[in-house]
Design a binder for this molecule. Structure first.
Ligand code: WQD
Length: 339
């Protein structure tokens, strides 16, 4: 049984679908602080299988311990659950360090009690690279102090996981550093559901497209990039979720030579904000309402992955195009607004 924490969130729900389609037994734990219980029914409507669900907060050690006692056959963990807003983390650092680190420490304590092999996949982020020196960004890019408390919780959690994996032969870790996930499942039954004000570019663009946001503010056009706007590596959520299943199978097969391994998950291609706007206009047939604003605190000018290591060692690479990602994001936005 695979424990998926935060399994009703954006990346978590798409990964649960891939796990079920690969005949894994799945237990989702989620505190519903940034997700909706309706996602469970949506997953069930895609993959007609029973999914076990428990609503708990991973910072509650007693509740988590009861879960591991109730489900002794947990033999793998994919840990998504975390607070994840860069901007919010800057204003609430204590909340972010407490939540994101207490949850991983509590999970580790439960795994360490188990006698049999129980590997873990960690949901990390390209944010750990901060302002990288070289592009595309490889896993051996020096880790700098990330630009936000959120990014630092990912860096510190990786360090904790690395150290703990060295102490226990029954515990191996793969940390997946996501670049920018976008889009929705092909069924349009699950997708990105930002509760409250969206923070990321693509949902803000699609909400501007349907009119629920008046206009997109481009956060700066004076960067040292070809068109002055920031460059990112936008990867389709389906490609990203498939990588988790491949990584989990590698861990469970115990053919991992190292107890702790890191992989960048991106397409290897960088796209600027203005290029995204242009592509969205061609996909949607709309003229997007936007204006140029000031730079956003914490933004790095350029970030895109070198995905060669994941291709070489996992046999994974992104297959879906940016256009497919944007189209599915737009179709999803129209779907959840009954348009
Ligand atoms: C992309 C670009 C913005 C909104 C974040 C997290 C990272 C990872 C991916 C979790 C930037 C610009 C955005 C807007 C804009 N998440 N933008 N106007 O910041 O690259 O990465 O999501 O792991 O950890 O930091 O993504 O979508 O917020 O921004 O111009 O209204 O779009 O400035 O250049 P980001 P994003």
């Amino acid at each position: 049984m695979i424990l998926v924490t935060g399994g009703l969130g954006y990346i978590g729900s798409h990964t649960v679908v891939e796990l079920l389609e690969n005949d894994f037994e799945v237990l989702i734990v989620d505190d519903l602080s940034n997700s909706s219980i309706s996602v469970l029914d949506s997953i069930n409507s895609i993959v007609k299988k029973n999914i076990l669900f428990e609503q708990i907060n991973l910072c509650n050690k007693k509740d988590l311990s009861l879960i591991f006692q109730k489900y002794p056959n947990i033999n793998g963990v994919i840990h998504f659950a975390a607070h994840k807003s860069v901007r919010e983390s800057i204003s609430k650092p204590i909340d972010y360090y407490y939540n994101n680190l207490t949850s991983i420490l509590n999970i580790l304590e439960e795994i360490m009690i188990k006698s049999e092999f129980c590997p873990l996949i960690f949901s990390s982020s390209c944010t750990v690279y901060g302002r990288a020196n070289a592009f595309p960004i490889s896993e051996d890019e020096p880790i700098k102090l990330p630009e936000s408390p959120y990014g630092n919780t990912k860096k510190v959690a990786e360090e904790i996981l690395h150290d703990v994996s060295l102490t226990n032969k029954n515990f191996n870790v793969i940390s997946l550093r996501y670049f920018n996930p976008i889009g929705a499942h092909s069924s349009l039954k699950i997708g990105e559901l930002p509760l409250g004000e969206p923070q990321n570019l693509i949902p803000i663009i699609t909400k501007t497209g349907i009119g629920s946001i008046e206009k997109l503010i481009v956060n700066g056009s004076d960067y040292n990039t070809p068109d002055g706007s920031c460059i990112r590596d936008y990867i389709h959520i389906t490609d990203l979720s498939k990588a988790h299943v491949i990584a989990l199978k590698k861990l469970l097969s115990k053919d991992s030579s190292k107890s702790f391994e890191v992989y960048n998950l991106g397409t290897g291609k960088g796209t600027s904000v203005f290029e995204i706007i242009k592509l969205f206009e061609s996909v949607s047939g709309l003229k997007l309402n936007y204006e140029i604003g000031s730079r956003r605190e914490g933004d790095v000018p350029i970030s895109y992955a070198n995905p060669a290591k994941a291709e070489r060692e996992l046999g994974w690479k992104a297959n879906l195009s940016l256009k497919e990602g944007l189209s599915s994001a737009w179709d999803w936005e129209k779907r959840i607004n009954n348009l």
